[in-house]
Design a protein around this ligand. Structure first.
Ligand SMILES: Nc1nc2c(c(=O)[nH]1)N[C@H]1C(S)=C(S)[C@@H](COP(=O)(O)O)O[C@H]1N2
Ligand SMILES: [Mo]
Length: 236
């Protein structure tokens, strides 16, 4: 009798650990059709499975990557469709030469690859292999006039967010055009997303079309002006 109770308790605990291990990720949908009891801790549901694109990389140095297309859209004005022929990325504000880059021109810069997790304040996260150009490379080409500046990202959907120049420099942040080895999907901000390492998801501006150097050090973007911390440091 005692032994059965022990086994039952063990099973319940194992189940709980398994459940906790696979929840809390944006790619684990509520009510998905998978059979969780048959899963290893790091396996994914069928719903998640379907979101991986054909050529998407799924593992990197032993770490499982999340699909770069999420299960739902939380954007302020829906998923944006950018016509890449007409697209321009502007560098404006306190710079020597305001610049305008085409998509191709941005991609001519040296590229960097990094595995970084995006943490949203809603509680989910996504670990993705990003590839992009250094934001500082673009800004230096325009010539920064004041090092003590704020960098405001403007997006196609009217969304804005900002970070101090010194943070972008210190983290050597990327403007990514690729996720998990494929072209950045529309839902993730095609053509470009700011990879705001160690900052909450709302600093990860998607569909960026203007980077402004500003002397307004207390600027508040879309979510910041609605009460979210302007520092947005993530706690892990
Ligand atoms: N242009 C734009 N960028 C944006 C947003 C948005 O609504 N518009 N949402 C932000 C938020 S709150 C998060 S968590 C990340 C990822 O959003 P996702 O959940 O839609 O992938 O994008 C950020 N960048
Ligand atoms: Mo978010």
């Amino acid at each position: 009798m005692k032994r059965n109770l022990l086994i039952a308790t063990g099973l319940v605990l194992a189940g709980l650990i398994l459940y906790l291990g696979i929840s809390g990720n944006r790619y684990q949908e509520e009510g998905s059709d998978d059979d969780r009891s048959n899963q290893a801790i790091d396996s994914v549901s069928q719903a998640t499975e379907k979101r991986y694109q054909k050529l998407e990389i799924r593992d990197y140095e032993g770490i499982r990557l999340d699909p770069s297309v999420g299960p739902r859209d939380n954007s302020i004005a829906g998923i944006q469709q950018v016509n890449i022929e007409e697209y321009e990325l502007q560098i404006t504000g306190l710079v020597k030469n305001p610049l305008s880059f085409s998509y191709e021109q941005v991609l001519e810069n040296k590229s960097y690859e990094r595995l970084i997790t995006l943490y949203c304040v809603e509680g989910w996260d996504a670990t993705i292999l990003w590839k992009g150009v250094r934001i500082m490379d673009l800004l230096n080409e325009a010539g920064i006039l004041n090092e003590n500046s704020n960098v405001i990202f403007h997006c196609v959907d009217g969304y804005t967010t900002s970070m101090p120049l010194e943070i972008i420099k210190a983290r050597d942040m990327l403007l990514a055009y690729s996720s998990n080895g494929v072209t950045l999907p529309e839902s993730l901000g095609f053509p470009f997303i700011v990879v705001a390492e160690d900052k909450a998801g709302y600093k990860w501006a998607r569909w960026v079309n203007e980077i402004e150097i500003s002397d307004d050090l207390t600027y508040e973007g879309f979510w910041e002006s609605r009460g979210y911390s302007n520092e947005a440091d993530i706690r892990r």
